[in-house]
Write a protein that binds this ligand. Structure first.
Ligand code: COA
Ligand code: ZN
Length: 324
């Protein structure tokens, strides 16, 4: 059924979730140029970089330089990932619009990724909230492994709601549920999202899917059906957490926008501009990217009839007597 123009909000995360996982260091100039290009594409939000330890995430060690040099477009929210107070102070010094605090719902992934227990992370992030609260910078919290942990397996809805409640009690503006290693499946997503929408009607909710097992777009549709209207996605389908075994790319932005437009949703995103931007990625990162749209084009990017095809096509009568 066509979605008759329902508005959805797309957050581009390639320069954070995408580049954090690349072995080749992307020059600061190239990062800035890509963010500037993405800023012209109509995204609601761009996750520019992360203020993490340069030892943990060397690919993003130029976070200050990138954040200071990008040309900001009014209406786009420029957000950055932050794991601790040190990261928040660095982010605030660059005048970000939002800090995106991160911890995992599962203990094992939190220890692997952030080298802290969940309780230690929560304490750090509560301190971050108290530092940021008096500024005009918005606070979003991303919960990793909210739909499955590669070390622990299933994550219960009750556990997700429990951590969300703790942050909701701190009055954060928004929360993102992350399927860090693509373990979610559509009926699970629908069920989780219905619970979350009902429990936290005042939070700005975002879903963050990885396409690790090919279910990213299906999961997106399940989340929309359950009332979610914000999604993270990554240009070219880059992405992945270096501290999550088996992690691969996010839902691909051009695949997501292409599908949502066909189904009648309003994303505000200029698909042609996004596809042009994605086309530079293989050269930039030094390898092919997962995007199917880059390979196949849009659904109605038609091809010329092959010159050799003419006489070889049988006329309709030749098929008339055949069954289906
Ligand atoms: N920015 C810059 N440097 C930081 C930092 C930050 N936000 N937080 C810590 N550091 C530095 C410390 O100053 C210290 O430096 P030194 O060795 O020169 O003294 C070093 O990093 C270690 O600090 P420590 O507090 O012991 O941190 P840690 O080594 O236990 O690492 C994190 C903890 C959270 C900082 C680190 O694991 C991290 O940044 N993880 C991010 C993971 C990530 O982004 N994953 C993908 C996205 S989900
Ligand atoms: Zn991710």
């Amino acid at each position: 059924m066509p979605a008759s123009g329902k508005r959805l909000y797309i957050h581009e995360v390639a320069t954070r979730d995408g580049f954090q996982n690349e072995t080749r260091f992307i020059d600061t100039d190239h990062k800035v140029a890509l963010v500037n290009r993405l800023s012209q594409c109509g995204f609601a939000k761009i996750e520019v970089t992360s203020f993490t330890s340069p030892k943990a995430i060397p690919a993003l060690r130029d976070a200050e330089a990138v954040m200071q040099r990008i040309a900001r477009v009014p209406g786009v929210v420029y957000t950055v990932l932050v794991p601790n107070v040190r990261g928040a102070e660095r982010a605030l010094s660059c005048g970000v619009d939002e800090v995106n605090l991160v911890m995992s719902v599962s203990e094992s992934h939190n220890r692997g990724n952030l080298r802290m227990t969940r309780e230690q992370s929560f304490t750090q992030l509560r301190d971050v909230v108290s530092v940021v609260r008096d500024t005009n910078v918005a606070i979003n919290v991303s919960l990793s492994t909210a739909m499955g942990c590669p070390m622990e397996g299933d994550v219960s809805i009750a556990e997700v709601l429990r951590w969300m409640q703790r942050f909701a009690d701190l009055d954060v503006h928004g929360m993102t549920l992350c399927d860090t290693t693509g373990m979610a499946y559509p009926s699970q997503v629908g069920n989780l999202c219905r619970h979350v929408v009902e429990a936290f009607p005042d939070l700005e909710l975002t879903l963050h899917f990885h396409n690790t097992r090919g279910m990213g777009l299906a999961n997106t549709l399940a989340a929309i059906e359950a009332g979610i209207d914000r999604f993270d996605s990554s240009l070219g389908g880059l992405g992945g957490c270096p501290y999550a075994p088996g992690a691969t790319g996010n839902v691909c932005t051009e695949e997501l926008v292409h599908m949502l437009e066909l189904d009648g949703y309003e994303t505000g995103v200029n698909l042609a501009g996004v596809i042009d931007a994605a086309a530079i990625l293989p050269d930039l990162v030094g390898h092919a990217v997962p995007s199917q749209i880059l390979k196949a084009g849009r659904r109605l990017d038609l091809h010329p009839m092959p010159a050799t095809a003419g006489d070889a096509i049988p006329d309709q009568d030749a098929f008339a007597h055949r069954g289906p």
